[in-house]
Design a protein around this ligand. Structure first.
Ligand code: PGA
Length: 254
């Protein structure tokens, strides 16, 4: 069975004080109700990784992730943060290939593949994002587009390395827009991804990989999305900036 994961993607929001308050408030809520079977991931901005990681130490089912890492190992790359630096902070997860990174920072398949490999080499689990634009969906090319994104990157990993990743399907047009894909469309995509993993790596791995959905998940729609057969949790942007909303979303998965 894939692990159920609810990941917060705080993006570039909040200062140090607001970030610590958000983590504190969320942890307080978890003290009242916490399903330890569900992994709660807080993917926070680089400067706050250590502090938030320290705050979460008492709760085994809460982990910290980064939102990016460098595609280079080390050296003269001003401003970059390497996977090994993250490892030295005991960070266990990193989001790779978010559509904002692909679009705004021109990250291509080679860059993403290098990042995934460096994360895995440092024992950090990549949360690999894929998703189609509205244009791709309108011309009915969405399945093909998303499966190609996987084939040109993570499907080139070894079987052993691939078994270590998490996949997040995020239709670009649903991110931060208040629009979610229909439940039927989400399940169709997640099933297609799982079937494709089965064809490439076999049944065992396909049934073990967590596939998260992201794109305007809110407390009001979280349960119906997480109840879908091939959905194993969510990657939550906007709603993760409110501790109460994020807590409600976390409690929507069973
Ligand atoms: P959203 O963002 O929940 O605000 O749509 C999701 C994401 O970008 O990961």
């Amino acid at each position: 069975m894939p692990q159920n994961i609810i990941a917060a993607n705080w993006k570039m929001n909040n200062d140090e004080y607001a970030s610590k308050t958000l983590a504190y408030d969320f942890l307080k809520l978890l003290d009242k109700r916490n399903n330890p079977e569900v992994l709660k991931l807080l993917c926070v901005p680089f400067p706050f990784l250590s502090q938030i990681e320290n705050m979460c130490k008492g709760n085994e089912s809460v982990k910290i992730g980064a939102q990016n890492c460098s595609s280079f190992q080390k050296g003269a790359y001003t401003g970059e943060v390497s996977a090994s630096m993250l490892k030295s902070l005991s960070i266990e997860y990193v989001i790779i290939g978010h559509s904002e990174r692909r679009e705004l920072f021109y990250e291509d398949k080679n860059t993403l593949f290098d990042k995934v490999n460096l994360a895995i080499a440092n024992n950090i689990t990549p949360i690999f994002c894929c998703g189609e634009s509205l244009k791709e969906r309108k011309v009915n090319n969405h399945l093909n587009h998303v499966l190609s994104q996987l084939k040109e990157t993570v499907f080139n990993l070894t079987k052993n390395d691939f078994s270590k990743i998490v996949i997040a399907y995020e239709p670009i047009w649903a991110i931060g827009s208040g629009k979610t894909a229909s439940n039927k469309d989400i399940q169709e995509m997640h099933r297609a991804i799982r079937e494709s993993i089965k064809a490439h790596f076999g049944y065992g791995i396909a049934n073990k990989i967590s596939i998260l959905y992201g794109g305007s998940v809110k407390p009001i729609n979280a349960k119906e999305i997480f109840d879908l057969e091939d959905v194993n949790g969510g990657l939550i942007g906007g709603a993760s900036l409110d501790s109460g909303d994020f807590f409600d979303i976390v409690n929507s998965i069973s």
